[in-house]
Design a protein around this ligand. Structure first.
Ligand code: 5RP
Length: 217
């Protein structure tokens, strides 16, 4: 099976979790794109979706799924999204696509976060994937210097601006032994909008697609 086929497989498995749910929170990325396609096949069963990015909004609308405003929907039952890395505690690195802030908002506003991924995303320790941090533009250099103090090697994501109009710094070579503490520490640096560690609110369920099965964590 190709990696893309594994992504489709985990996306299909997530459909089980939206049975009886009328408004679904939808993440962003190539795995989630498969989920949106599956959702479109079941669209008569839902009222609509809350989107985490412009890219997801475009795909949802193209497939005829109404996109709703989180301020109008209130709390969501379920949020479905991918990840860049997943540790055994269901803590994640996200933000490879640069939409970590909106993803964290929709995840926080949902009762259950279902994370879908192929097996390449499983790690013992987070940090091999460069850690994305969305920053206020004037704080870019300051936050980068603070990340050096924390042992990382920051790199500005060239030519990229988030949906919120901000730059992203990718921090290389972080050995994230204590994701919870590091998430709190980075969040507290002035100028940080969002850090791509999801440990304060980890995933509730992780569905990992392998060649033979879906592993539910
Ligand atoms: C976007 C994300 C994505 O969930 C993450 O990058 C995984 O993407 P893909 O499913 O394409 O591997 O956090 O900001």
């Amino acid at each position: 099976m190709t990696q893309d086929e594994l992504k489709r497989k985990t996306a299909e498995a997530a459909i089980e979790y939206i049975k009886g749910v009328s408004i679904v929170g939808v993440g962003t990325g190539s795995t989630v794109n498969h989920f949106i396609d599956c959702l479109a096949e079941n669209k008569s069963a839902i009222e609509g979706a809350v989107s985490s990015s412009e890219m997801t909004t475009e795909r949802l609308k193209k497939l005829g799924i109404p996109v709703l405003d989180l301020n109008a929907t209130g709390k969501l039952d379920v949020y479905v999204d991918g990840a860049d890395e997943i540790n055994p505690h269901k803590q994640l690195i996200k933000g490879g696509g640069g939409v970590l802030t909106r993803e964290k908002i929709v995840a926080a506003a949902s009762d259950k976060f279902i994370c879908i991924a192929d097996e390449s995303k499983k790690v013992d320790v987070l940090g091999k994937f460069p850690l994305p941090i969305e920053v206020i533009p004037m704080a870019q250099s300051y936050v980068a210097r603070e990340m050096v103090k924390l042992g990382g090697q920051p790199e500005l994501r060239a030519g990229f601006t988030s949906d919120n109009g901000n730059p992203i710094i990718d921090v290389h070579n972080m050995d994230i032994i204590n994701p919870l503490e590091l998430e709190k520490t980075i969040k507290n640096i002035a100028g940080v909008v969002t850090v791509g560690i999801f440990a304060i609110h980890p995933a509730d369920v992780v569905l990992i697609a392998t060649e033979d099965e879906i592993i539910t964590m």
